[in-house]
Design a protein around this ligand. Structure first.
Ligand SMILES: CC(C)(COP(=O)(O)OP(=O)(O)OC[C@H]1O[C@@H](n2cnc3c(N)ncnc32)[C@H](O)[C@@H]1OP(=O)(O)O)[C@@H](O)C(=O)NCCC(=O)NCCS
Length: 202
């Protein structure tokens, strides 16, 4: 399947988790989860993350979902209250690559929620969306996030650091990649390059 338009609605089940789309009634829980110093430190979320920010966030999430541009799912144990979020975005259907991200509320950390959710969404991206290159961008000082990446089998790449300036000053993000169908992915890239060079679309 070409990943240019991502499926909506979507529920993923496994690893003792239910990943589901955000709902308007999640607003209070969303604000509690995202109004957090670690989320402010390591993600581009507005801070403080208040009700107004929450309303804007849910609206943007919904737009991204119905337009098929992003997968942005609440992490739950049973389809009920959200405990965190896992995302897939920046899909390049030609290169068959996308970036993933995650956060978990401070009350729910160190219980395997981030690693379970990342594993589930990565497997779905590989098997159903046919995305060969799955990427994470992580500040090397974010030890919790690098531990999640490692636990899910992602490996640090030699890609040059991505520089960004945030409220905490300049930082650089490493790129992590999930190994797997590397040969197939490389072949796919070569096919795309050849198609561009010779004016033929695959
Ligand atoms: C990063 C984050 C999502 C981890 O969520 P979590 O649900 O606690 O992670 P898990 O329980 O799945 O832990 C997975 C691994 O990370 C380790 N880990 C989790 N938090 C850690 C911490 N603060 N320091 C060191 N290791 C940590 C766990 O021990 C586990 O390691 P193991 O495989 O050796 O058992 C959470 O801390 C968070 O939301 N942080 C703020 C947002 C953020 O940084 N997002 C990522 C941006 S790139």
């Amino acid at each position: 399947m070409a990943a240019s338009r991502l499926p909506y609605p979507l529920t993923l089940t496994g690893e003792g988790l239910v990943l589901r789309d955000w709902r308007p009634e999640d607003l209070d829980d969303l604000v509690t989860l995202l109004d957090d110093p670690d989320v402010a430190r390591w993600t581009p979320m507005p801070t403080p993350f208040d009700v107004e920010a929450g309303i804007a966030y849910l609206k943007r999430a919904h737009q991204g979902r119905i337009s098929g541009q992003r997968i942005q799912l609440a992490i739950t144990e049973d389809g009920g209250r959200p405990l965190g979020e896992v995302l897939l975005f920046g899909v390049d259907a030609g290169l068959k690559e996308a970036e993933l991200g995650y956060l978990v509320g401070s009350q729910h950390r160190r219980r395997g929620l981030a690693s379970g959710s990342l594993s589930l969404l990565s497997a779905y991206a590989r098997s159903s969306l046919k995305l060969g290159r799955l990427l994470l961008r992580i500040d090397p000082a974010n030890t919790a996030s690098t531990a999640v990446a490692r636990r899910c089998g992602y490996r640090l790449t030699a890609d040059p650091p991505i520089l960004q300036v945030g409220p905490h000053g300049p930082s650089s993000l490493d790129t992590w990649e999930l190994p797997g169908d590397r040969a197939a992915t490389r072949l796919e890239r070569l096919k795309n390059v050849a198609a561009r060079r010779y004016g033929r679309r695959t």
